[in-house]
Write a protein that binds this ligand. Sequence first.
Ligand code: SF4
Ligand code: SF4
Length: 230
Amino acid sequence: MSPVPGSGLAKGLAVTLRTMTRKTVTEQYPDTQPDLPPRTRGVIGLFEENCTVCMLCARECPDWCIYIDSHKETVPAATPGGRDRSRNVLDRFAIDFSLCMYCGICIEVCPFDALFWSPEFEYAETDIRDLTHERDKLREWMWTVPAPPALDPGAEEPKELAAARKTADKLAAQQEAARATASHADEQARAAEQPTRTMGDSKQQTDQPGPDQPGQPGPDRPGPEQEGRE
Ligand code: SF4
Ligand code: SF4
């Protein structure tokens, strides 16, 4: 069956009209920043203090784009007669983002929570070598890592949080006790001072002759010199 003449044009116009009335979804980047979900995989941040140089992330990375250098250091024994210990010291930690495929395996396997996703994505470079981010740059990305999502209401409190809360409660109780002791000591000192001052004041009042006592000029009474002159 041959198509009705002009039906193609009508169909095309219908599509155009439908699209014209639809809400636009174009993001005006870079004039408007995109509203990204908090778990966006933008760049990897390194929390160096947590890294024990276990090399798990570098071994598991499918692209072999994590470079780690370290050396061993001897830590003297903490107690006399104890054994010296050795520990790894990080010399270099770098990720080559020109090779990285953002799979997140390194972050998943890190047993010490030293690697995190940051939603930052604006680090394009004109030289590919600049896409290898060294430890300082990876540390800077840590400032852009969003806070972890809140726990489920029925979830068990993590033991780190429980320990931190216990220490904070203990400190607060110690400070409160110290404040209470100080205020009690102040009250006692004030109470001890009060009777002495009252007694001293009353003695002063007793020693000082009032205006009606003999020998003292009162408002209506002339002084001794005035009496003699009269
Ligand atoms: S995200 Fe994947 S590819 Fe990128 S560094 Fe981590 S493990 Fe390697
Ligand atoms: S897995 Fe974690 S702790 Fe081990 S070397 Fe990598 S970042 Fe450091």
